[in-house]
Design a protein around this ligand. Structure first.
Ligand code: HEC
Ligand code: HEC
Length: 187
């Protein structure tokens, strides 16, 4: 059970690989991309070559998470960070959409830093529900449908499947031409 959860998480991460790769291009020289559908391994922690693009931010090591309730607890800080960038991108929001500022921890610009472990924002709680829903949909339904199909065309459900860059998914409106016939219908 635990294993399938982890595998499923890895598969879901693979869906995000393209977005993550695109983001990594902005900060780093190109790296080999994994085969489509293969889980991507975490970005290596090894020191980067010094020939990085001038002005690009140095590769950071993010602290290990302390308050994971739905993500696999063994994720490294960098893995959590990658997932978070995907969530933020899928909803087209910034980190502070879900994470509350800590008034006692001011950054160099005098503005409070976010307390990522804090659970006070409703959006963070909703995001946990959303993630749990997504895992269950993928494990109990979508992956089973994929197993039944002979082609390899399917993809697992991700935050972006529904959100598509919106905080709340937009209503789908059926295109008009599919709905109306060119000639008046005769009954
Ligand atoms: C859509 C909501 C959402 C957005 C946007 C978001 N997060 Fe999160 N974040 C969460 C949730 C939910 C958790 C807790 C996951 C869990 O319980 O397993 C979390 C956990 C974390 C943690 C781990 C905290 C700990 O110690 O346990 C870090 C660090 C973090 N987020 C950083 C970020 C950063 C950086 C961004 C912006 C790039 C970001 N988050 C954007 C919802 C969000
Ligand atoms: C099956 C479709 C679906 C998927 C997949 C999905 N969401 Fe949602 N999400 C929704 C819908 C629908 C709402 C609006 C619910 C409501 O009205 O409260 C929503 C609302 C939210 C909200 C509250 C937004 C607000 O403005 O109050 C957050 C945060 C959120 N989703 C995060 C996520 C994250 C993070 C993921 C991926 C882990 C995700 N969602 C995956 C359908 C989805």
């Amino acid at each position: 059970m635990k294993m399938s959860f982890l595998l499923s998480h890895a598969a879901t991460s693979a869906l995000f690989a393209a977005a993550i790769f695109a983001a990594s291009l902005m900060a780093q020289p190109p790296q080999p991309v994994s085969q489509a559908g293969q889980p991507t391994s975490p970005v290596p922690e090894a020191p980067r070559s010094p020939d990085s693009v001038p002005g690009s931010r140095p590769k950071r090591n993010y602290p290990a998470p302390t308050n994971l309730k739905v993500l696999p607890k063994n994720l490294t800080g960098n893995e959590v960070h990658k997932t978070m960038e995907t969530w933020a991108g899928s909803l087209n929001v910034h980190c502070n959409f879900c994470h509350a500022p800590d008034p006692n921890n001011l950054g160099p610009n005098g503005r409070p830093r976010l307390n990522f472990a804090d659970d006070s924002k409703t959006e963070k709680k909703v995001a946990r529900l959303m993630y749990t829903m997504m895992q269950q949909v993928n494990q109990d339904y979508v992956s089973k449908a994929m197993d039944m199909e002979t082609d390899d065309m399917g993809s697992l459900v991700s935050c972006g499947t529904c959100h598509r860059g919106h905080q709340i998914p937009e209503d789908f409106v059926i295109p008009r031409e599919e709905h109306s016939s060119p000639t008046p219908a005769s009954h």
